[in-house]
Design a protein around this ligand. Structure first.
Ligand code: CA
Length: 386
């Protein structure tokens, strides 16, 4: 009893001392370990025996789909590695490889599945060739936003479905980053009606591209690094990328006049941390908890970073570079929304696994929409009333 009280006091003191985000994460992890140690009437002799043994250091490789140190996306992977090493007192060391350094960008899934690397950082929708259901764990048009996605994954049954989906691929998935709602994209012509979309050649991959192609857009996929030149030389008329922070860095304002919102096609893309199953199972329980805790922290940290940087970058795009900010007309959004339902229902009808996950996510979305109408939405509206 006294021991349990002491544990709680130690945890409380640690909680108070944290004065920045990274320290707090470390402290939360330490607190968790302390409390875990307190909970079960721990055996002192076992603890002493464990302490006496030399601590094994795990040196892992992480392959990623992003160029090394790529702003935002790539930094989430780097932050995970830094955090995991600090939290574990150096017992888990993760070396991060950029795209192409160990394996090409789109071979991350196979490399981790086969154990070439213990970990990978990427996005599920890149693996739709393996299983179309993977897209549901990144983002789908008119789907969940970041807050809703995190809620579905961690408290709405999403993580269990994701684990079930990746199990046959020998992978343990974790959410590890989110960009928040993206932008609809950069255009050189105004979009005032559905007719303005017809014949447009636009870079828009995935399900968003499929929806666009059904309303007359020639949807293509081009790697990020080639987008600026493709816009400049007229190979494409329009492109989506991410949002103000990443788009400003690419200089799209120099090759396109109109910047459209909202990013109906990517409302809250979740990045994934995938871990080779045997590698994960080889970790002691505390290091497994650190992997999960650091992923969860990075997942939220990236969204916080994007929110702050997007605000500042949008300001610069509009006020310094004279970008014309435009909202897609309701007529266009309504049709894209209708066609999205069609595309998703076709996929669900042809793939029982997709249907199972889609039904779970969609039911969650309808519930979240109902509540957010009287919470988030009502508050946003109220905030503007004066
Ligand atoms: Ca995008």
């Amino acid at each position: 009893m006294a021991g349990a009280l002491l544990c709680q006091t130690d945890a409380a003191v640690l909680m108070v001392k944290g004065n920045n985000m990274k320290t707090n994460i470390l402290i939360i992890a330490l607190t968790g370990l302390l409390l875990a140690g307190c909970g079960g009437g721990s055996d002192v002799s076992t603890a002493t025996a464990e302490q006496a043994a030399p601590e094994k250091v795990y040196k892992w490789k992480m392959v990623t789909t992003w160029p090394k140190n790529f702003p935002g996306l790539g930094m989430a992977a780097e932050n995970f590695a830094v955090m995991a090493e600090k939290m574990s007192g150096g017992r888990l060391q993760v070396k991060v490889f950029g795209a192409g350094q160990l394996v090409p960008a789109l071979e991350v899934f196979d490399a981790v599945s086969q154990g070439t690397a213990e970990m990978g950082h990427s996005a599920g929708y890149y693996w739709k060739g393996k299983t179309p259901t993977s897209a549901l764990f990144t983002t789908i048009p008119f789907g969940l936003n970041a807050q809703e996605m995190n809620s579905w994954l961690h408290y709405g049954g999403g993580m269990a479905l994701w684990q079930e989906l990746y199990e046959p691929f020998n992978l343990v998935p974790l959410a590890a980053g989110n960009t928040g709602v993206q932008m609809a994209g950069w255009f050189n012509r105004e979009i005032n009606s559905l007719a303005d979309l017809k014949g447009l050649k636009m870079r828009i991959p995935g399900l968003g591209g499929e929806v666009m192609s059904r309303v007359g857009v020639e949807a293509v996929n081009i790697p990020g690094g080639e987008l600026y030149t493709s816009m400049q030389t007229g190979v494409i008329d329009a492109t989506e990328w991410v949002g103000p922070y990443n788009d400003l860095a690419f200089g799209f304002h120099q090759v396109a006049k109109y910047y459209y919102y909202p990013g109906w096609h990517e409302p809250g893309p979740t990045l994934e941390l995938i871990v080779n199953k045997q590698a994960y199972e080889s970790l002691p329980a505390d290091l497994q908890a650190i992997v999960e805790g650091a992923a969860r922290a990075v997942n939220q940290d990236m969204l916080d970073d994007y929110t702050a940087r997007n605000n500042a970058a949008l300001n610069e795009l509009v006020n310094t570079h004279g970008v014309e900010l435009r909202q897609l007309p309701d007529e266009v959004l309504a049709e894209l929304n209708r066609v999205t339902d069609q595309v998703l229902e076709e996929l669900a009808a042809s793939d029982s696994q997709f249907k199972k996950v889609y039904d779970s996510q969609n039911a969650f979305k309808l519930q979240a929409m109902q509540y957010h109408k009287i919470s988030e939405e009502a508050y946003y509206r109220a905030r503007e009333l004066k």
